[in-house]
Design a protein around this ligand. Structure first.
Ligand SMILES: NC(=O)C1=CN([C@@H]2O[C@H](COP(=O)(O)OP(=O)(O)OC[C@H]3O[C@@H](n4cnc5c(N)ncnc54)[C@H](OP(=O)(O)O)[C@@H]3O)[C@@H](O)[C@H]2O)C=CC1
Ligand SMILES: O=C(O)[C@@H]1CCC=N1
Length: 264
């Protein structure tokens, strides 16, 4: 597969690393205006770093756009005359709907919207995807690309903003929970490195339990909470302090913000 990542910033480079990690491309173009910080990627023989978006589009079949929303329309306009019937356009851009993409390049292209997260760099993204009418013919291809780098779920486009909050911003939310757990562990006597090791592997174990068993979180909680024991004591105190409520409120605030950004 010949892949171009237009906008090799935080997310674009995470995708590039995921693709390299999974040997997922025959050639990969990485573009940004200032290429000096990412030249090192050319040490991988099949990677070309350039600021020339048109060259990247001409030489690739799969185009993954990962620029800031304010830059996207200009870039699509810059390359639209080069788009052929073979190109698959995959946008990761927040709040930029399929209809807006079609307005610029036309509806006669395979257009996919995807919402991965930065864990794609280590092959463990949760990626939601949807497509335009024609793009439905390439959705399995897009799923295959993202499944090599984590887990994929096809969703209706009107859930894309919610998916951004849960999956993309979600990385930051879970990081803060891991960090807080680490701070608690330090207070209980572990050094900082061990505290983080304990926190992140326990987090990983909790998610793996649900993924492997398909069980509900409360079932797993019931298996841990000894009557009159320390777990239920801690859990109830966390809830008295608003743990679930603050998480839900944070998610809803994030969603309200994303909807404001979309209107701008
Ligand atoms: N970060 C995340 O976790 C996630 C981000 N997203 C979405 O992905 C998009 C990118 O986000 P993020 O990676 O954080 O943003 P960044 O600002 O880190 O990356 C955007 C990149 O685009 C490049 N760029 C700007 N203009 C051009 C241009 N004309 N041609 C080529 N490249 C250009 C910039 O580099 P330069 O200035 O050198 O050109 C920059 O490296 C956003 O729309 C965001 O909403 C979605 C899911 C997760
Ligand atoms: O914070 C943001 O607005 C973007 C979208 C999801 C991740 N980063």
């Amino acid at each position: 597969m010949k892949i171009a990542i237009i906008g090799a910033g935080n997310l674009g480079l995470s995708i590039a690393k995921g693709i390299l990690h999974s040997n997922g491309a025959t050639t990969m173009y990485l573009t940004k205006r200032n290429t000096s910080q990412i030249k090192e990627f050319e040490k991988y023989g099949n990677v070309i770093v350039t600021s020339d978006n048109r060259q990247a589009v001409e030489k690739s079949d799969i185009l993954i756009f990962a620029v800031q929303p304010g830059h996207f329309a200009k870039i699509l306009t810059e390359v639209k005359d080069l788009l052929t019937e073979n190109h698959v356009l995959i946008s990761t851009i927040t709040g930029f709907g399929i209809s807006k993409i079609e307005e610029i390049v036309g509806a006669d292209h395979y257009i996919i919207r995807s919402m991965p997260n930065t864990a794609i760099s280590v092959g463990n993204s949760m990626t939601c995807i949807c497509s335009n009418e024609l793009g439905a013919k390439r959705i399995d291809l897009a799923k295959a690309i993202f499944n090599r780098m984590g887990h994929t779920l096809e969703i209706p486009e009107d859930l894309m903003q919610a998916a951004t909050v849960i999956c993309a911003s979600g990385i930051a939310f879970w990081m803060r929970l891991i960090r807080a757990t680490t701070q608690g562990a330090i207070q209980l006597g572990f050094d900082a490195k061990e505290a983080q090791e304990l926190a992140m592997h326990t987090c990983n174990g909790a998610a793996s339990l649900l993924i492997d068993s398909g069980s509900h979180p409360e079932e797993e909680i019931d298996r841990v909470t000894t009557p009159k024991g320390c777990t239920i004591e801690g859990l109830n105190e966390m809830e008295h302090q608003g743990l679930s409520s603050s998480l839900i409120r944070g998610i809803v605030s994030s969603f309200e913000k994303i909807n404001q950004i979309k209107k701008q």
